[in-house]
Design a binder for this molecule. Structure first.
Ligand code: RB5
Length: 144
């Protein structure tokens, strides 16, 4: 079981930003499990959300980062898995609240919408911000 390893995956539209975020994770000293895709050839984002769901379920990663063109499709696919709470985030504030209130265990980012520096900031906030618990835990419990 690895709670510290972060799994990362994308489709073709998210591939360039996935590579940037993978490098940022490594720079921060975080163990990374890269599940692809590995280039710009067109692929289907649900396949990569499913791969990430499996490694989190197996305990090979504690959290995940998903990237597609908008972050939306790959988050919808991820949220079909009941053990994932994927949040589409566009900035530090949405990311902070996704952690504090929603205990998001997957950060979803739009590679065609969010700039590199903003996405890296989202990633750092995602890693650093604790869940607030309390009333938010009760609400999350109703989704389990
Ligand atoms: C791929 O063209 C694009 O549709 C996909 O990356 C994503 O944005 C879907 O939500």
């Amino acid at each position: 079981m690895s709670t510290t390893t972060v799994a990362i995956a994308s489709d073709h539209a998210g591939y360039p930003l996935k590579e940037t975020l993978k490098a940022e994770l490594r720079r921060l000293g975080v163990d990374v499990l890269d599940l692809g895709t590995d280039g710009l050839e067109s692929v289907d984002y649900p396949d990569f959300a499913d791969k990430l769901a499996h490694v989190v379920k197996d305990g090979k990663a504690g959290r995940g980062v998903l990237v597609c063109g908008t972050g939306i499709g790959i988050a919808i696919a991820a949220n079909r898995h009941r053990h994932l709470r994927a949040a589409v985030c566009h900035d530090a504030t949405s990311t902070r609240l996704a952690r504090q209130h929603n205990d998001a265990n997957v950060l979803a980012v739009g590679g065609r919408l969010v700039g590199e520096e903003t996405a890296k900031e989202c990633l750092r906030v995602f890693l650093e911000t604790p869940f607030e618990g309390g009333r938010h835990a009760r609400r999350i419990g109703k989704m389990g």
